[in-house]
Each structure stands twice: as structure tokens, then as C-alpha cells.
Write a new protein. Structure first.
Length: 165
């Protein structure tokens, strides 16, 4: 595979990972903080709606689509190691698959499913909201950091490969 294709692939994957990190950052920075200021009924109902609507967004394509892309990038780098940047590529790929995708699937999604099983804004959802908010926010911070780390690793690898040309 040509170094140019590797470089552009890493830049594209880095961009996608940055976009994912940006969505996570917006939730950590102001969306969830704002919902915490709302009444438990409004907050839980709004989050239930957000969790349903996310499946109709470009974000879900990036979030889920980047997992196999990261795995393929990492696998190709191991199979045909570049002269430089291999460690950064592997670290970036592992960061996304484990720190973003697996954290989403095992940290955030179970909380979303539990909230979704409750009627919108119901007393049950309101009672669950403080626990949901705290745990969901923690895992959102984690996946935001790892999606940004993925982007930085891929950009670093692309620059190292470009310099080596």
C-alpha cells in the first residue's frame, strides 16, 4: 500500500474520530450539565428522546463505523508495517476500539437501555435520573478522551510517515 494512501486514510480516520470526540465533548461540557439543572422529569424525558433520535443521525454512523475502520487500520498496520508510525497506529486503533466503542457498548448503552425501558419522564425515570446522569457522564468523559487520543495518534502517525517520505 502506498504511503500516500496510508497518510490520507489516517487523516480521514482522525477527522472522523475528532468529530466523535466533539459530540462527546458537547455532552460533557454543556448538554448534560444543562439537563442536570432541569427538573428530573424534563431531564430524563429529554435524554430518552435524545437516545432515540441518535439512531437517525450522522453521528451514529461515525461512532459505530469507526470501530471496524480502526480495527482494519490497526490490522493492516500489523500485517504490512509502515517504516515509521506503527506504534501510533496500533495505539490509536486500540484506543478507539477499546476506549470508545467498548466503553460505549458496556458503559453508556446499558444505562441508555435501562432509561429507555421506563416511560418518558415517569416517576421511575425521574428517580433513576441522578444515578443515570452520574454514571453516564463518567463514561462519556472516558470515551471523549479516547476518541481524541485516537485522532492524535493517527495524525502523529500520518506526520511521521509523511516525514519519512
Amino acid at each position: 500500500m502506498s504511503p500516500e494512501i496510508i497518510i490520507w486514510s489516517l487523516i480521514a480516520a482522525s477527522t472522523a474520530s475528532c468529530l466523535v470526540a466533539g459530540v462527546f465533548l458537547s455532552f460533557s461540557d454543556f448538554t448534560m450539565r444543562s439537563l442536570k439543572l432541569a427538573t428530573p422529569e424534563a431531564a430524563s424525558q429529554t435524554m430518552q428522546i435524545l437516545n432515540r433520535e441518535v439512531f437517525r443521525s450522522a453521528f451514529i454512523v461515525l461512532l459505530v463505523g469507526m470501530a471496524p475502520v480502526a480495527a482494519i487500520i490497526g490490522g493492516l498496520a500489523v500485517a504490512w508495517p509502515p517504516q515509521t508510525g506503527l506504534e501510533e497506529i496500533i495505539l490509536g486503533s486500540l484506543s478507539y476500539v477499546l476506549g470508545v466503542f467498548c466503553v460505549t457498548m458496556f458503559g453508556n448503552v446499558p444505562k441508555n437501555k435501562k432509561l429507555a425501558a421506563m416511560a418518558d419522564g415517569s416517576p421511575e425515570a425521574q428517580a433513576y435520573w441522578p444515578t443515570y446522569h452520574k454514571g453516564w457522564m463518567f463514561w462519556n468523559h472516558v470515551r471523549m478522551i479516547f476518541s481524541l487520543a485516537t485522532a492524535l495518534c493517527y495524525v502523529d502517525a500520518a506526520v511521521l510517515i509523511a516525514i519519512a517520505l
